[in-house]
Design a protein around this ligand. Sequence first.
Ligand code: ATP
Ligand code: MG
Length: 405
Amino acid sequence: MARYNHPLARRMTKVQQPRDVLVRFHEIGLKGKNQPMFVRRLVENLERATVGLGVERVWATRMLVRMRLAPEADWDAVRARTATVFGAVKFSLAARTEPDYDHISALLGETASARIFSTFRISANRTDKTFTLTSHDLNVRLGDEIREATGARVDLSHPEADFRVVVGRDDAFVYADDNRGAGGLPVGTGGKVAVMMSGGIDSPVAAWRMMRRGCKAVLVHFHAFPLVEGRSRDKAKELAELLNAWQYDTRLHLVPFADVQRRVILEVPGPLRVIAYRRFMVRIAEAIAAREGAQALVTGESLGQVGSQTLRNIATVDEAASMPIFRPLVGLDKSEIIDQAQAIGTYETSILPDEDCCTLFVPRSPATAVKPDQIAECEARLDVSALVAEAAAAAEVFEYHAPRA
Ligand code: ATP
Ligand code: MG
């Protein structure tokens, strides 16, 4: 019986294979009739994230999104950018060939010859069910060939090499490495939120978490310049630029807060001031959110992390808002937030020294249980709506944009 001549045996000369990146999604796949909208946005975001890197085309097929790489494309650069696109769960660089058995076998042989392994598995998947062999047949036949050519053993549970074969109608793919995607939902599918972003560790992570759920984040930073030097403004700009890598277009509002603070220290006793500041921030952020078409506010608070973040105080701050306030970090420990800040690359900027406007004219231990009527009594002596309108109107806006094709 004529045996197929395996490329490992016949030392086929290596040719540059055409390459596609196969991007898999998961949660989007459960979206029913809205799925096309999510997939379209994922495609657009992948295009935007990889501008200038030699990605020739990005398009959706039934089960996955494909990115066609130019021969000269730098895969490491494409990989790094693809890993920042929300909605992608896994992605792989796959070699492409004709959807027939001999081509697939040859390509698999070439892929296998590039690595060293003593155990392996083949995981074939037909997206085109008219292909003559079933996935199981492919696994068995291709597995036999690899076994004979290499002497490696099949291990279905913990293989050293896991060769994936995807057979579609017009082409077939072989790949052996999966990359972890950013997960979540494509940014831009979930509406817009206004994130109250200090220069600290937590709120940039909160912004990232909301983007990961599909929201565009407008950033709002309050600073006490000229009461202080104003370094927090530079940090906010730097953080905005870092966060822009995940959402491509970002608006940052720098809001002067010194006038509000001057008024608050006259009318609000020290222990209550942090909560008074926060309620002003919430109202001003809401005015900016309304202008930006954002539908909710976001903070970096985590329950009980500091005295101003007790349940009582959070409820008292919420009372000043009419929009929902999201706190995506509410259940996280500080160490978990720090890990996340390091992973997304904001940590180093966040720990640079600055002047936190919330600690200005505030005693070391602020009240941990401020009731709404205590604050309301103080606020009655202030022209709240005028102060809010003035601060919102005085905000400076900065924009950040990723390149477009
Ligand atoms: P962060 O690390 O984000 O500063 P934190 O744990 O230090 O948070 P606080 O300083 O008590 O907490 O602030 C709580 C939240 O209030 C912040 O996460 C942020 O959402 C908001 N906030 C505080 N200060 C500012 C500011 N100057 N500008 C914008 N938002 C702020
Ligand atoms: Mg802070």
